[in-house]
Structure formats: C-alpha cells, structure tokens
Design a protein around this ligand. Structure first.
Ligand code: ADE
Length: 291
C-alpha cells in the first residue's frame, strides 16, 4: 500500500513513521510512505502558502493553489504508475494468449483495454483523498479496515486555521477526525491513520492472527495478558493460562474480553454479537451483582 501525505512539515511525518514496525514494513517493500511538501508548489511571487481569511478572523489559512498543485502532481504520478502497470499487464496477457483468444479482444463488445481507457486523470479511478480535520467522521477500526483495501491513499494535512474551502471541495473525498479535540495540524492525525491502516496490510505484523484477535475486532476489547514471571508483586498469573488446556483458555479469554468491554466500554458491548449463552451468563452476573 502507498501513502502520500501532503503537508507543510514533511520531516515531522517521515521521522515519526520510519521506526519500528512501520519502518520495517517500508524497508521490506510492503508499504511506501512519501511526504510531499506543499511549499514546493507555492509558485506565487512570495512563495507563500498562507494568507488572511476573507471576512476577518484570527490566524491564517492555507491557500488553495499550492494545495491543488501538490495534489495534482501526486495524483498524476499515481495514475501514470497505474496505467504503466496496466499496460505491462496487458502486454503480458497478450504474450500468453493463443492467437484465437487475443483476436477476441478486438471484437465489438470486448472489454476496452485501450490506452485511452486508462489515460491518467481521465478515466482512471481517482485516488481517495482524506482531509484530516476535527470536522470529519471519527476514525475507528472499521474505517482503518476499509482504507487498508486501497492501493494508494492521499492524506491532506491542514495547518494554521485550515485550508481554503474551494480546494477541499475539488479534491477531498473523505473528512476524518481522530477524536473530539483540536490539534495544531493534521500531521499527527495522518500518522495515526497510517499506523492503524498499515498494521492491517498483509505481512506487516508478521503474524496475521494478532491483527485479527485483538481490541475492537468484533467490538470487544482485548483480554488481559501476562508474561513471565508467574508471580510478580504477589500477583499470580491466572491458573487457567498455565493449564495448557486450549479450549478452557479460549473460553476464559472470551469471558474476560466481554467483562472488560462491559466495564470500560459499555457502548461497544451494545454493538457486539454475543451468543445466547453469553447473554444469559451476563444477565446472571448482573443479577448476582445487584444482590
Ligand atoms: N486537525 C486538528 N485537530 C484534528 C483532529 N482532532 N483530527 C483530525 N485532524 C485534526
């Protein structure tokens, strides 16, 4: 998966994402992350990227044109790469087809594989552009899963008081917030999104199981985990985890997940699919607690 981050602070983003799991995945070629400096597209007299808002008000706004030009450059590059790879795929198919099969493509009604159908910026599918803003939909695991299906994702980071509305109308497909608080810019939220999405890309976590069975999968929080030593500060590891009985361990973990979600995020428990047996078990617990 390829992330393209449009920002006035490329070093901030790159420095934050070049270590640990994400850095390793980039080195392994599973991900690519490029930070594009919007200032490089400030082709006006003063090379400025911001100006006062019409109608007055505090602070400065990022101007439309540099943002637009930066987006156009990135989208153009993505579309060219896609049409090049479509062309080489088509050439490969042609090579491997028998003469009869390849003739079929030229018949009326055959799928249009011509260059024009793939021309950059014309008929190629536009890359999704996420504008990080407190006004967006609040980011969650489901959204991360959905974005992880994309081959490319453009993340647009605002700064100062935001970005001229007109360019947002033209390029943005998704507005995303990382929570109900206001940050100084979109860079940290973009990094949060890249991290959460990247770990869902196959191969990034090495063991795919851990992405599947963790917090928020199924709307349940993760169960408590323990490592050596067996006793620490007088606290013992729950005996079932030492039993080697896998079915009992799974049952205990599921129950702990449900209890933890009920205690810490009851809002999530309402969205979670519990079996009839689990519902009865919870009802029984609630009755006991009332007594
Ligand atoms: N920019 C400033 N605050 C933000 C937030 N909470 N989420 C996304 N982008 C932001």
């Amino acid at each position: 998966m390829n992330f393209h981050i449009l920002t006035l602070f490329p070093e901030m983003v790159m420095n934050g994402l070049n270590t640990s799991i994400i850095g390793r995945a980039v080195n392994a070629g599973l991900l690519s992350i490029e930070a594009v400096n919007i200032r490089d597209y400030a082709f006006n007299k003063h090379q400025s990227v911001d100006d006062y808002p019409y109608g007055g008000g505090a602070g400065m706004l990022m101007q439309a044109e540099p943002v637009y030009l930066a987006w156009e450059a990135v989208e153009g590059k993505i579309q060219s790469r896609r049409s090049l790879s479509a062309e080489s795929d088509a050439a490969l198919t042609e090579q491997t087809e028998t003469p009869d099969q390849s003739g079929m493509l030229d018949q009326p009604g055959a799928p249009d594989q011509s260059e024009a159908a793939m021309r950059p910026g014309t008929s190629g599918k536009r890359t999704r552009v996420v504008y990080l803003s407190p006004q967006g939909d609040v980011f969650n695991q489901k959204m991360a899963e959905e974005f992880a299906q994309e081959e490319d994702l453009i993340l647009l980071c605002g700064h100062y008081e935001g970005i001229d509305e007109r360019v947002l109308e033209e390029v943005v497909t998704d507005y995303v917030s990382i929570g109900d608080y206001v940050l100084t810019g979109g860079e940290l939220p973009a990094m949060v999104m890249v991290d959460a999405i990247s770990r869902l890309v196959p191969g990034v976590l090495h063991n795919d199981v851990s992405a599947e069975f963790e917090s928020f999968q199924d709307n349940l929080l993760e169960y408590p985990q323990y490592s050596r030593p067996e006793e620490w500060h007088g606290k013992k590891v729950p005996p079932v985890l030492l039993s080697g009985h896998h079915a009992n361990i799974e049952k205990w973990r599921r129950e702990q997940s449900i209890l933890r979600t009920r205690e810490r995020r009851p809002d999530l428990l309402e969205k979670c699919e519990l079996t009839d047996k689990e519902k009865k078990w919870l009802e029984g617990l609630a009755i006991q607690e009332e007594i």
